[in-house]
Ligand binder design. Structure first.
Ligand code: ATP
Length: 614
């Protein structure tokens, strides 16, 4: 390469042209084309002789740990640009930048994509003329400065320097790099594979982009990737989403494990000779928070001694949850920050609790190639559980689709996240969304039957952090008039008020899908209207089955119609309607409807016949 080519390839403008070409290509041949032009670009850099890290870190900003977090999102960037461009916030362009997300304010084609909205504004206003001369190295230097900026003013100065030295198009790409999303449709897997055939494997075991790029500069030289090592965060195995009915076919095993999908943060724990490190799924280190040894952090001082004395090093995979000893239950993970500030007595303090579902490395031995059944057997030999601090995740062995359906029904009742189905013979596939681990969430299940407007008639008190509050609601459908006429109204609980009340039959129970606010609306607001239910004195307007009676009931004229969605209507002896919903989910409160507009039993049966014919 001659001098002229060298400087050309170092130019940031050249890199932006590459990104523009990558972004513009559509159609079936896109991926091959994209890979081809990146390959050629890399080859040119290699010819030039320098390290490719300065370029690759711009192509993969989201995995570049050397520039962790700019602490800048679109909102700050819009404020900065309004400032740098001296725009009154109420001016059309000022509003376009500030309301980049709102259709009608920004152009339809670019709305929701801040970098493109900004580009539109800059094209009209940029004072920069000609071509930029900044090199990739200049850009990296400026990005480092931005990364270290501690105040809004410092961030503004950095962005101003981009504004005065780059074209509008180049600024669009800088903003995407800062936001760590280039939108060119290529994942790190593809780009690392183009760089070197061993790059992805190496990245999966060390999560360090710099180390990968520097070690593999010669693309013709293959290297053997050793397995995991302690204190090097790996890329964890992830779950594939598969419809319930296909699980067995995809797994193709006689038995499989069903685990609850825990709702916390994926964490890998590395331990060596009493030193601990905690890493997130994206290789962010949390050791400062949880503790590097027995003397510091919110978790390590309580778990440092649970390991078998013969275990001097190990790597464990699991989920960090928040445990509240006062209610003996896990809290939503969002409450971790406040939990840590909890001043209560140590024993009653809300705290992080690590729930382990895999073991990947023990005393110098990497276990990723061993079947899961063998890996998890080792866990009790490595350490003991400590309730509320470090626990082994429970799993059940299952064989049929029906087992999965039952487990899902149970998890919906318990307001759980979902399930993870695992193949006991599976090896641990680093950095892979694998079909050997299948996630099933209630919301993945397609609704087979229409939305149903039913009446809330009863409530069940919850436990854990829902204790003392109604956590599940019993719903009923309206019995059609002609069906009631002639029936012996054998109630002994008739009062004047409810004498003319139409009759309702219990139909289903729901306990998921609502946000906590809506739940409050459904229960608290109507608190005075909820009455304890005496199983021997059921209100005359309601038919209930003995099994699973609610704790409280509410009169139809005090209650609300709710819209539910479910997968199907199935026979049931637990409800007076003789049928119920499978996987019911709350959609919304129907403020516009009163109890007279409730779905009737006849309509329900018609719906059932219709949907079973589908
Ligand atoms: P989601 O948003 O549905 O959690 P995701 O894209 O974050 O999906 P997935 O691959 O779908 O990640 O699911 C894997 C995540 O599920 C893991 O990162 C982990 O945090 C979490 N998880 C919870 N329980 C389990 C479990 N029992 N086994 C494996 N992963 C689990």
């Amino acid at each position: 390469m001659n001098d002229h080519d060298t400087s050309k390839y170092e130019r940031f403008s050249n890199f932006c042209s590459l990104l523009e070409t990558l972004q513009k290509k559509t159609g079936r041949a896109t991926k091959i084309f994209q890979k081809d032009i990146i390959q050629r670009y890399f080859n040119k850099w290699r010819l030039y002789g320098g390290s490719l890290f300065p370029v690759i870190r711009l192509l993969l900003p989201h995995i570049d740990k050397k520039r962790l977090n700019y602490r800048i999102k679109e909102k700050t960037l819009s404020k900065i640009y309004v400032n740098v461009l001296c725009l009154p916030p109420e001016s059309p362009d000022g509003r376009t930048l500030i309301n980049w997300r709102i259709p009608g304010k920004a152009k339809m084609k670019t709305v929701g994509d801040f970098a493109s909205v900004l580009y539109g504004v800059l094209l009209k206003r940029s004072t920069f003329t000609g071509k930029s001369v900044l090199t990739i190295s200049d850009i990296n230097e400026k990005l480092d400065q931005l990364n270290q900026a501690e105040s809004f003013d410092q961030q503004k100065d950095c962005m101003r320097s981009f504004y005065t030295s780059l074209t509008p198009l180049e600024q669009k790409w800088i903003v995407r790099i800062i936001l760590k999303d280039l939108k060119i449709g290529l994942t790190e897997n593809s780009i690392l594979n183009i760089y070197h055939p061993d790059a992805l494997n190496m990245f999966n075991v060390c999560s360090d982009l710099y180390e990968v790029v520097e070690s593999l500069n010669d693309s013709s030289k293959r290297i053997e990737i050793n397995g995991l090592s302690v204190f090097h965060p790996f890329q964890p195995m992830l779950c594939e989403r598969i419809p319930i009915n296909n699980c067995l076919k995809v797994l193709n095993t006689n038995t499989f494990y069903i685990e609850n999908k825990l709702d916390g943060e994926r964490i890998q724990l590395h331990m060596k000779n009493g030193e601990f490190q905690y890493w997130s799924r994206k290789a962010t280190q949390y050791t400062k928070a949880y503790g590097s040894n027995k003397n510091n952090g919110t978790l390590t001082p309580f778990i440092y001694d649970v390991f078998n004395p013969s275990i001097y090093e190990c790597i464990l995979d699991g989920e960090m949850l928040v445990y509240d000893p006062n209610i003996d239950d896990f809290l939503p993970f969002g409450s971790l920050k406040t939990a840590i500030l909890d001043q209560s007595d140590e024993k009653m303090k809300k705290r992080p609790c690590f729930v382990i579902f895999d073991v990947l490395y023990v005393n110098g031995k990497c276990l990723t190639n061993q079947p899961m059944i063998n890996r998890i057997k080792l866990l009790p030999e490595i350490m003991k559980e400590k309730y509320g601090y470090v626990m082994f995740h429970k799993r059940e062995e299952a064989k049929t689709t029906n087992d999965i359906i039952k487990a899902l029904e149970k998890i919906i009742e318990l307001h759980g996240e979902g399930l993870v189905i695992k193949d006991p013979n599976s090896t641990y596939e680093l950095g892979t969304r694998s079909k050997r681990w299948i996630k099933i969430k209630p919301e993945y299940i397609n609704s087979l039957c229409d939305e149903l407007d039913v009446l809330i008639v009863g409530g069940y008190y919850g436990n854990g952090y829902r204790r003392g509050k109604i956590s599940h609601f019993l719903c009923a459908v309206l019995k059609d008039k002609e069906d009631i006429e002639g029936e012996n109204n054998n109630d002994n609980n008739n009062n004047k008020d409810t004498k003319d009340m139409p009759h309702f039959v219990s139909f289903c129970k729901f306990g998921t899908g609502y946000s906590l606010n809506e739940l409050e609306g459904l229960s608290k607001e109507k608190n005075g209207n909820w009455k304890p239910l005496d199983p021997n004195n059921i209100p005359s307007w309601l038919s209930l089955e003995k099994k699973d009676m609610p704790d409280v009931y509410i009169r139809p004229d005090h209650s609300q119609i709710v819209q539910l969605k479910a997968t199907e209507i199935v026979p049931s002896v637990a409800y007076s309607a003789g049928v119920t919903l499978r996987f019911p989910r709350f959609e919304k409160i129907r403020e516009d409807k009163t109890y007279e507009n409730c779905l009737t039993l006849k309509e329900l049966i018609q719906l059932r016949n219709l949907s079973s014919g589908r």
